[in-house]
Write a new protein. Sequence first.
Length: 316
Amino acid sequence: MHKIGVIYGMENTFPAALVDRINSMEIESVTAEHVHIGGIKMAEPSGYRVIVDRISHDIAFYRAYLKNAVLSGTTVINNPFWWGADDKFFNYALASKIGVAIPPTVLLPHKAHPPGTTSQSMRNLIYPLNWEEIFEYIGFPAFLKPYSGGGWKSVYKVHNPEEVFRAYDDTGDLCMTLQRGIEFDDYFRCYVVGQKKVHVMRYDPRRPHAERYVLDGPPIDPAIYRRVVDDCLKICRALGYDLNTVEFAVEKGVPYAIDFLNPAPDAELTSVGQANFDWIVDAVAEFAVAEALKEPAPVEMRWARFLAGSSAAGGI
């Protein structure tokens, strides 16, 4: 029996719908269930051929469990070794290398010393920073946001140097990026599944959270649609994500990718709406089943295969 497990947190609709959808496919030798675990013995097989991970980005215990499962041949969606090492600043740099439009972005040092460090720990850091050069490169308006993270936490829109400095003072020991703000006239959030399927959704981050998925928007320009789909596939294949959302802010006909590190993208029915929910449930179910039916690949103990996507990105 090829078992598919789903591990999750506060989600109320997607995990159960996914389990039900997989089981309703009635594929011989494939079954899906909610994962139940206790203490984990080292190097012990998980009992699952595939695990769909919706929570380990928040819970270290689950993250360690999933890495242990990979050692014994379980396929985890998304790969915990890669997304755990990834960050948004690296995302931007890689995407710019493979021809995706990215707003100018600068990585900034921590405003406050991280725990356990002092000014002596920062002796390689130029101080003060050359803010004039940074502002000239970025321009305004801009967004100050964590170099990794999500949920629009600790994100500041700034319009001048004074606002940058005030916001920067509030960031504490977070590592931040400063990125040119795109004054968008259209915005898309795209599901990408299995590095093959793309579902483009019009989205408006300026609306209240429950209303951000635009269900009654005008038709999408065909040229922009094709570029968005192509860029989604290019990004996810380069980074190796099998389940992701990629967000684009469109300014003057150019779709700029501004967020694409989402190892457990939002898939709640109450958030995304029925049509989008049905699409993501079906797409993930079909992908998980296909992965479960594959022959397990040998585990590479040096983990080189987890970075194989970079070779497809022009030898980065």
